[in-house]
Write a protein that binds this ligand. Structure first.
Ligand SMILES: NC(=O)c1ccc[n+]([C@@H]2O[C@H](COP(=O)([O-])OP(=O)(O)OC[C@H]3O[C@@H](n4cnc5c(N)ncnc54)[C@H](O)[C@@H]3O)[C@@H](O)[C@H]2O)c1
Length: 430
């Protein structure tokens, strides 16, 4: 039975509020969890888990998406990240009156997610990707609507957990919106609609590129444990980020998947390595990947990503067809059906995705982006598996992979497994 079902044996939102008024400590009692409601006109409480750059942005987007919402609880592994995020949100004049995160609703540490989730209606998940399966599972179990940043797992066991949780979310009529934001950009939607209606004919090939410079590094403090060091510099540790093909290039891979009507490729052959990112401070991630995906119908997708300072930047994607070519980032079609996007209204994809989430919650028309967010994450992970091992990897092999990157404990420990930098032909596909 769903919490949205009027016959459900749940107290109504208003009776919950009355209960809360009678028992002011109810929100702090263990085991107490607020029910998330759909199709409601009541005020919605938002909880942010992972208060870094994107989490802070997502919270602002969520608060702007609906007139009657409040940021109610925040959780982060580290209090400085949480307090910075809150201070930044409070500086945004238009959010005044929508932020009510009193000190007892600011949670830190590995268990912060539970405390946040328990007392809100909508959860924004924006930690480093490793923790996504754990957090999605718990939020769905507690019946909360979700905004889920990409990628959603760093290994196949994590992805299988996400898949099960997404199915459960659909059964519970919860909304689950993915942070694969291009899917919510109106210009992209219009471009893909044209591709899917045949404007470039049959797709014959795809190409996507995400070549940028290096990203941030947050340094090392002597008082930090190894766990804290890695979590603060999560980009460089595959167990936390999935490597940059998953963390960043997933946006491009998602566009290839979208062009293919969300059909999964049959296999991938990828290569990669680290040429400039040799300092140990960069953990064990690669600095470039090149991958060739093959779909069962013979279409090939060529993907390239690089993070190296001093190199040319290129973030672009193309779909080639029998009647023309679509430049996906430029929203243009050349060929028999020449076209370009001419929309001139606001089209902030980050805002659009939250507008859609809250509209779905208000109207009780749940969104569930599980299918493509899982497949796009798998596109990235299967190429990483292929590049690290030097083997061609099929979709099925990747899906069944037993490689589990979970650390021995979620605690401020100094001993963490050191996988070393993967060496194709030596590193085994597991
Ligand atoms: N959709 C996009 O365009 C986009 C853009 C940037 C980042 N992202 C994604 O958003 C996520 C966060 O990226 P970011 O740039 O904000 O990183 P960040 O390091 O700035 O923020 C991550 C935050 O999560 C916290 N955290 C880590 N583990 C935690 C845990 N177990 N419990 C609670 N808090 C935890 C960290 O302390 C940090 O404050 C990543 O998955 C990233 O790929 C998406």
């Amino acid at each position: 039975m769903s919490p949205n079902d009027s016959s459900a044996p749940y107290p109504s939102r208003r009776s919950m509020l009355r209960l809360g008024a009678a028992l002011p400590l109810a929100t702090t009692l263990p085991g107490w969890s607020r029910m998330a409601h759909s199709g409601t006109n009541d005020s919605l409480r938002i909880g942010l888990i992972g208060c870094g750059g994107r989490g802070t942005g997502a919270a602002a987007n969520a608060l702007r998406a609906d007139p009657d919402v409040k940021l109610w609880a925040m959780g982060d592994a580290f209090s400085d990240m949480l307090e910075n995020s809150l201070a930044n949100l409070e500086k945004a004049g238009d959010l005044a009156g929508k932020i009510d995160v009193s000190p007892e609703r600011r949670f830190t540490g590995f268990d912060a997610y539970r405390q946040v989730i328990d007392q809100v209606d909508v959860v924004l998940l924006a930690t480093s990707p490793h923790f996504r399966p754990l957090h999605v599972e718990y939020a769905v179990e507690q019946g909360k609507h979700l905004f889920v940043e990409k990628p959603v797992a760093v290994d196949a066991p994590g992805l299988r957990r996400i898949e099960a949780a997404c199915k459960r979310a659909a059964e519970k009529r919860l909304s689950l919106v993915s942070g694969l934001c291009y899917r919510y950009q109106f210009a992209k939607k219009a471009t893909f609609e044209r591709i899917h209606s045949g404007d470039i004919g049959e797709i014959t090939a795809l190409q996507c590129t995400y070549n940028t410079g290096g990203l941030w590094h947050r340094g090392h403090k002597p008082e930090w444990s190894e766990m804290e060091y890695q979590m603060r510099n999560w980009l460089y540790f595959p167990w936390l980020s999935g490597d940059h093909i998953a963390e960043q290039h997933i946006h491009s891979l998602d566009k290839m998947l979208w062009a293919m009507g969300d059909a999964a490729p049959a296999k991938v052959t990828a290569s990669g390595g680290r040429i400039v990112r040799t300092d140990p401070k960069y953990g064990t991630v690669y600095d470039h990947f090149n991958s060739v995906y093959e779909w069962a119908n013979g279409v090939r997708g060529f993907s390239s990503c690089r993070q190296m300072n001093g190199t040319s930047h290129d973030v672009s994607d193309y779909a080639f067809g029998t009647k023309g070519t679509a430049a996906l980032q430029h929203h243009r079609i050349q060929g028999e059906n020449k076209w370009r996007w001419r929309g001139d209204g606001p089209d902030d994809m980050y805002q659009n995705e939250h507008n859609a989430l809250f509209e779905a919650i208000r109207n009780d028309t749940p969104i569930n982006n599980g299918d493509y967010m899982i497949k796009s994450t798998m596109l990235a992970l299967m190429a990483r598996m292929s590049a690290y091992s030097g083997q061609t990897v099929t979709w099925e092999q990747a899906y069944q992979s037993q490689l589990d990157l979970t650390p021995p404990a979620y605690a401020w420990i100094n001993e963490l497994p050191d996988p070393g930098v993967a060496r194709p032909g030596v590193t085994r596909f597991v």
